[in-house]
Ligand binder design. Structure first.
Ligand SMILES: NC(=O)c1ccc[n+]([C@@H]2O[C@H](COP(=O)([O-])OP(=O)(O)OC[C@H]3O[C@@H](n4cnc5c(N)ncnc54)[C@H](O)[C@@H]3O)[C@@H](O)[C@H]2O)c1
Ligand SMILES: [Zn+2]
Length: 465
């Protein structure tokens, strides 16, 4: 293979995953679970048990945190396996004891895979055999149909259908077509990778990534985190850790990617520059530009940032939280926009989230953040002001939107602890702020968080950028 660069990702299952201290005891509620017919059907197709989705809904309704052990000793015997499956996708991969579903390493093995930045499109499929299944994002198939391997299956992936229904369709597709030893190649952006990665994780099938957006090349294909949205609880609320066997990156796919999507990926790259303290990268990326030169050196630099963090904390029990910089508010904005039918990209929302996190870092940690906020605003990656205004329902005080965002952030099981809202903040570029107990997230009471958010929204809405 004429690969230009190879980055090896190696994660150990034993590091960092310890059993949580507290537990939640489920009562004998199985017969009282409200099971909706449509969800029961999806649940059966996706999890081979019609009750899993109803259990998940119950867990979200009760506001359970991700790190609680589920004590299922009182649950009806025939429902224990449904509870275990629900716990594993609620908590992203748990092993269970007889009566407890707790966060523990599944196995002690170290998982290693290569991320190859290749120079020819065909190198992405060099290891694909006749038995392997190639699932391609429909938009990629539209632009590259003749250049793709024969027999691929095209599927429409979008943020709006990144959910359990689509994951169930993908599991049906894989179950129907694959032979026992075949692998799945997923060719597409972060949505395709997350949904197919989740489906293959549930099925225990090996997955190879061929990312075709900047965001998926620089970020989402690395680290094994796969998830789907779970409405109304929002973005990426249920998921697993399912590492790919290999990732093949051919930057040439980006020729057909729209500018809006490129900018969305650029935001994650800017985040990587900021959290790693790489000022040269930040300066190069944040320059306002009409054309993008995404070469393999640049991709290697940003991928190395993600690799480094993922290897230290593969299961997000600590340091990996820094990758959520800008995402507490970013995810809430994405959900708020989708609830109003307004089209936004992940990056546009995260850019606003980063501006907010930078302002909080300045206010509470004394970071000299002003120039970074200015750079982001000048770079052209932030959600257009007209869209932010539309989201804000034309209310310049921002109260309707900000209350909804606070509600969404406090529902996010990752972003909220005991009804407070958690943000990743910085002391300076490359230095993540550490809270009491050395935590990687800083907690804010809802009221204070609302006041700060309203300040950021009115700052953005009165600026011309
Ligand atoms: N798993 C993780 O660690 C992780 C990390 C960051 C983001 N994410 C997730 O990634 C998602 C965003 O990913 P994304 O920005 O790649 O979005 P996406 O997958 O929706 O792709 C963006 C658009 O570009 C189209 N497209 C993809 N490749 C193309 C190409 N080469 N030419 C033309 N069109 C193409 C897609 O059809 C889509 O319409 C979000 O759901 C986010 O939550 C996951
Ligand atoms: Zn992101």
């Amino acid at each position: 293979m004429s690969s230009k660069k190879q980055i090896s990702v190696s994660v150990s299952n034993i590091s960092g995953r310890s059993a949580p201290l507290s537990e939640f005891k489920w009562g004998k509620l199985t017969s009282a679970l409200k099971i909706n017919r449509v969800e029961e059907e999806i649940s059966k197709r996706l999890f081979s048990d019609g009750r899993v989705v109803a259990i998940l809904k119950r867990a979200f309704e009760q506001g359970l945190s991700r790190n609680l052990t589920w004590n299922i000793s009182e649950v009806d015997l025939d429902a224990t396996s449904a509870f275990r499956i629900a716990a594993s996708v609620f908590q992203r991969g748990v092993s269970v004891t007889d009566s407890r579903c707790q966060v523990k390493p599944e196995s002690k093995a170290t998982i290693s895979y290569d991320v190859e930045i290749v120079t020819r499109r065909s190198d992405c499929f060099i290891s694909a055999g006749d038995r392997d299944m190639i699932i391609v994002d429909q938009n990629v198939a539209n632009s590259w149909e003749r250049q793709l391997p024969k027999g691929f299956v095209a599927f429409t992936f979008a943020e709006a259908n990144k959910n359990t229904t689509t994951a169930a369709e993908i599991t049906d597709l894989i179950r129907g077509r694959r032979s026992p030893d075949s692998r799945v190649f997923v060719v597409g952006g972060g949505v395709a990778g997350d949904v197919v990665g989740f489906a293959t994780g549930i099925l225990g099938v090996k997955c190879h990534y061929v990312p075709t957006t900047l965001l998926s090349m620089a970020d989402s294909s690395i680290g094994g985190k796969v998830a789907v949205n779970f409405e109304p609880w929002g973005k990426n609320q249920i998921g697993l850790f399912h590492h790919p066997q290999a990732v093949y990156i051919w930057p040439g796919w980006l020729e057909t990617l729209g500018e809006k999507e490129l900018k969305s990926g650029l935001v994650e790259c800017l985040k990587h520059a900021l959290i790693s303290g790489d000022e040269t990268l930040w300066t190069a990326l944040s320059k306002p530009k009409k054309t993008f030169n995404i070469n393999s050196d640049f991709l290697e630099t940003v991928i190395q940032v993600k690799r480094g963090i993922v290897e230290i904390d593969p299961y997000e029990t600590g340091e990996r939280a820094v990758l959520n910089f800008g995402h507490t508010l970013g995810h809430a904005l994405e959900t708020a926009a989708s609830s109003r039918g307004i089209a936004v990209t992940h990056g546009e929302c995260v850019a606003i989230g980063m501006i907010h996190a930078l302002r909080l870092s300045s206010k509470y940690r004394g970071m000299a953040a002003g120039s970074y906020v200015d750079d982001l605003l000048r770079s052209g990656v932030v959600m257009p002001k007209a869209v932010l205004k539309e989201l804000n329902d034309g209310d310049h005080k921002g109260s309707v939107l900000s209350k909804q965002l606070i509600e969404l952030m406090s529902r996010d099981k990752k972003a909220s602890i005991n009804d407070s809202i958690s943000f990743v903040l910085m002391d300076s570029p490359g230095q993540i702020a550490r809270a009491e107990g050395n935590s990687w997230v800083i907690q804010f009471p809802r009221q204070g968080a609302l006041a700060d958010l309203e300040e950021t929204l009115s700052f953005l809405l009165t600026l011309s950028y």
